[in-house]
Design a binder for this molecule. Structure first.
Ligand SMILES: Nc1ncnc2c1ncn2[C@@H]1O[C@H](COP(=O)(O)OP(=O)(O)OP(=O)(O)O)[C@@H](O)[C@H]1O
Length: 291
């Protein structure tokens, strides 16, 4: 399917998938996927459980080989330990017994970076860790044991960990899950600021577009081997989603939120979810339901 992105020279693309296919045995998750993500672009990756959203991130992280086609990051083939890539996972609370301080967690993001050896390495590393902590506003709790911090504070430190190597691409796998509304707001705003200030491209896997809708440039919507790529207005329509789900799906706009009805999967939870209204900035007024 054609990629609707504005033309970008391949060597200037942050992420480029060409004729990409991913299959497990005789099950093809997706095929013929062409996607060029520009520096600074925010792409939401949507779709029901099992559509292959996380697997797409694993391909870009170099953890999973494509079954066909190519995947490049900043002009080079996707590979593990790529310094151009930052990864933000789901928030999972770390328990109090974890013997790490916040800044130690951030420092783990330094792996794979060529910053010299010995004293020079440690100085560069310390400066980078301090800068990443400052970018997420976590200075006041960066020295506390990680297990003593709130879910939102831990997630901000995970973003700092993803930013410490100054990545050109940020891969986010449901980073707002299990965060309250105020922290969803904070985390989305941090990711948005990063891509605006540093031209870092963002691929953001989510079941729930509403909290990030005003930030999204394009949507990649995967359903059962089919997909569509375009702006939210192009993709999030009754017609397109009915085609993708091969059943009658209705997309309603209710007070600036998208409500999707009829998919028969968790994506219907969009209807009860909180989110941003266009023009409101990153502000929420309902609690998100991830049931
Ligand atoms: N290494 C593997 N071998 C075989 N099958 C796999 C492997 N990794 C993932 N799968 C299968 O591929 C499908 C897609 O998984 P993936 O985690 O990418 O989906 P997803 O869209 O992120 O789903 P969810 O929204 O539930 O997280 C699932 O059915 C999963 O069981």
């Amino acid at each position: 399917m054609p990629d609707s992105s504005p033309a970008v020279e391949p060597e200037h693309a942050a992420v480029e998938l060409r004729n990409a296919r991913l299959a497990f045995g005789d099950r093809t998750l997706w095929a013929d996927l062409d996607l060029t993500v520009r520096p600074g672009e925010f792409v939401a990756v949507l779709g029901p459980n099992g559509a292959g959203k996380s697997s797409l991130l694993k391909v870009l992280l170099g953890q999973l080989p494509l079954s066909g086609g190519t995947a490049t990051i900043a002009g080079s083939p996707a590979k593990t330990g790529n310094a151009h890539v930052g990864y933000v996972p789901q928030q999972k609370s770390l328990d109090e017994g974890v013997p790490l301080r916040g800044r130690d967690l951030v420092g783990l993001g330094v792996d794979g970076h060529r910053w010299g050896t010995g004293v020079r390495f440690w100085k560069t590393r310390r400066t980078a860790v301090d800068a990443a902590i400052a970018q997420v506003g976590a200075e006041s709790y960066a020295n506390a044991p990680i297990g003593s911090l709130s879910g939102g504070e831990q997630q901000r430190l995970r973003i700092a960990q993803a930013l410490v190597g100054d990545p050109r691409v940020l891969l986010c796998d449901e980073p707002l899950l299990s965060l309250d509304i105020a922290n969803q707001h904070l985390v989305s705003a941090l990711i948005d600021r990063r891509r605006r200030d540093h031209d870092t491209a963002v691929l953001f896997v989510t079941h729930e577009i509403n909290p990030i809708l005003p930030l999204v440039d394009r949507v990649l919507y995967l359903v059962d081997g089919q997909f569509r790529i375009g702006t939210p207005t192009e993709v999030m329509t009754s017609e397109v989603l009915s085609e993708l789900y091969r059943t009658d799906v209705e997309v309603l706009e209710v007070r600036g939120r998208l409500v999707v009805v009829g998919t028969g999967d968790a994506i219907d939870a969009l209807g009860s979810a909180g989110g941003l209204r266009p023009g409101e900035g990153v502000h929420h007024d309902h609690h998100e339901d991830h049931a």
